[in-house]
Design a protein around this ligand. Structure first.
Ligand code: C2E
Ligand code: MG
Ligand code: MG
Ligand code: MG
Length: 295
């Protein structure tokens, strides 16, 4: 029996793990094909100015429309895309598509920014000898070039954990991105381990307060204190603040009192297809015009 076990111990996967490993390989195959077959789509979630109620930007959020699997959420394939390195071409596609969309909004009278999520592997791509600049800069410049989008309408969302890896190159990349003229934000702020001293040293424009703090802001005194502290600190450091995951009017009112600049969440809208997002912009514009004419 022991011999048999020993013989088979290359099979370190349990039957369940084995199945999931097979699934993993299958998913990887699908994922590789997805880019060629144009199965990725971006949805867009409005970001609203708390003071004016106007839409100031949209966050681009990827979805995978697979004929067999249906609509797959990023949580279910971004980790795999990271592991396999596929996130690099996927990330370049996201940048291109988001910039084209933002150019369309701008051309139709809505010069709002588009925010694009970065993944670690994409941010920390290795620069080869042949490359004169960091590959992420190439991707960003290509996307801006192809779309003719003014750089200030593009924002990159970077998490604390991405920022705190390879600090020296991180600083170089951030400075180079800043020189292009795009905006930089820290996503899921408060959940990571970034040192506050870096907030001052990184050329960051925006903090996005993680939705886990917003969720119970009206009932949990410590969440309220954390959000209040972040917004005060941000003001002192001349950073803007976006609160994520705003689902209720009560949460919005709290954030207004705390002088948070911008909000994003289901209370305003879930992430929308490009068409629905544009319709939403047009409808909000009508509302604002009506408001203005009423006085
Ligand atoms: P994130 O960047 O923090 O995006 C916010 C997530 O919260 C989105 O989930 C959004 O749909 C969801 N959300 C928005 N408002 C509310 C709300 O009021 N309540 C609740 N409960 N949730 C809300 P989604 O679209 O499933 O994306 C999940 C994560 O996947 C993102 O978190 C981001 O880290 C990653 N991701 C999405 N798109 C991309 C992409 O193009 N590239 C990379 N690298 N990562 C992406
Ligand atoms: Mg984000
Ligand atoms: Mg976030
Ligand atoms: Mg995130």
């Amino acid at each position: 029996y022991a011999k048999k076990l020993g013989k088979n111990n290359y099979q370190f996967f349990t039957p369940e793990m084995n199945r999931s490993a097979q699934q993993y390989i299958k998913l990887e195959k699908y994922l590789r094909r997805a880019l060629e077959q144009n199965e990725f789509v971006l949805h867009y979630q409005p970001q609203v100015d708390v003071k004016t109620g106007r839409i100031i930007g949209m966050e681009a959020l990827i979805r995978w429309m697979n004929p067999k699997l249906g609509l797959v959420n990023p949580a279910d394939f971004i980790p795999l895309a990271e592991d396999t390195g596929l996130i690099v071409p996927i990330g370049a596609w996201v940048l291109k598509t988001a910039c084209k969309q933002a150019k369309f909004w701008q051309q139709n009278g809505f010069p709002i920014r588009v925010a694009v999520n970065m993944s670690s592997r994409q941010f920390h791509q290795i620069q080869s000898q042949q490359q004169s600049q960091h590959p992420l800069l190439d991707d960003v410049l290509n996307a801006l070039d192809e779309s003719d989008l003014p750089p200030e309408l593009l924002e990159l969302e970077i998490t604390e954990s991405i920022l705190m890896q390879h600090l020296d190159t991180t600083m170089e990349i951030l400075n180079a991105l800043k020189n292009i003229g795009i905006r930089l934000s820290i996503d899921d702020f408060g959940t990571g381990y970034s040192s506050l001293s870096y907030l001052k040293r990184f050329p960051i424009d925006i903090l996005k307060i993680d939705k886990s703090f917003v969720n119970d802001i009206t009932t949990d005194p410590s969440d309220k204190a954390i959000v209040a502290a972040i917004t005060v600190m941000a003001q002192q450091l001349k950073l803007e603040v976006v609160a994520e995951g705003v689902e209720t009017l009560a949460q919005l009112e709290f954030l207004r009192k705390l002088q948070c600049n911008f909000v994003q969440g289901y209370y305003f809208s879930k992430p929308l297809s490009a068409d629905d997002g544009y319709a939403y912009l047009l409808a909000q514009d009508d509302l604002n015009r009506m408001g203005a004419s009423i006085g």
